[in-house]
Design a protein around this ligand. Sequence first.
Ligand SMILES: Cc1ncc(COP(=O)(O)O)c(C=O)c1O
Length: 372
Amino acid sequence: MPRPETLLAHAGCSPDPATGAVVAPPYLTTTFERAEDGSYPHGYQYGRTGNPTREQFEETLNAFEGGAGCVGFASGMAAAMTVLQALPAGKHLLLPEDVYYGVQRLIEEAFDDRFSVSPVDMTDLDALEAAFRAETLLVWTETPSNPMLHITDLQAVADLTHAHDALLLVDGTWTTPLLQRPLDLGADLVLHSVTKYLAGHSDVLGGAVVAAEQSGLFDHVRSIQETGGAVMDPFSAWLALRGMRSLAPRLRVQCASARQIATFLDEHDRVETVHHPSLPHHPGHDIAARQMDDFGGMLSFEVQGAHDAAMEVAARVEVFRRATSLGGTESLIEHRASIEPEGSATPEGLLRLSIGLEHVDDLIADLSQALG
Ligand SMILES: Cc1ncc(COP(=O)(O)O)c(C=O)c1O
């Protein structure tokens, strides 16, 4: 088995059988011709149920993640919605208190009457243990969390989850298998917003679910994808593969710059707190050092003076772009509390950074002038 970097460098580069093109073109077709006897000689019938480019994406991500199967979706939220649809009703779910707010909103809007849900501080294993019920079916977790970068011990959570006969889903969007391998640590499912680091250029929406093993639940996810139609379209799959080819060097630079920026902010007089697990005083530093290959390209910090001061800093940046999302080549800054629903626990003085590929000195100079 090639190393992940080698696998990624060749993503989508198995020569096109028709022409020998090293990068096969996207198969932008909605339907496939039958033979005279009515059969489908190439195994494809209709674009919703199967497409060679989408399959190539699914096979590549599955191999990268070390899974037994992968399903590609139109977005990360389509992936989340399909997993929730595939779960039997009447069960109990455990979610991190600071789960990505889109997932929390989706459950409230579409699944409120199907499941009971308990928010838990997943960094506190005693609290997690106490939250299980007989009908707990799924533990959903994210580490580092968004936007506070809390670190959850995945191996410990997987052991606890399995001791209660439940399943563990890890949202791996912020890390990709290059930084963290949830399946090796015991997760049953990994979810990705492909929109972020995997595709990596802020130009495609996509999502995916990878399973540790073939199971009835995974088959159900696949079948809802095909019948429900929240599929990754072939051009998005092609763009995602193109992005994945450069993931390893991108992420290396993003992580190195994020570490340097975290240290710069940590020493700045106008900054109250920096949340990045690379910092030795971060409460999750030791666990992150153990379970991650690097500390990630995302960080957040709290500015003295709360809301108004944070908004002023965001208004003054010139290299960072003021936008939501993450994982692209361009660095982004976001006042997170103002995009999250009312009542969110995100501090008003918090700014979230997604570190891109600009020279780190330019990013530090920009933050320095913005902080004044
Ligand atoms: C951690 C995480 N999971 C899931 C999603 C949803 O992904 P998408 O925007 O592709 O639907 C996001 C989007 O920001 C995210 O940050």
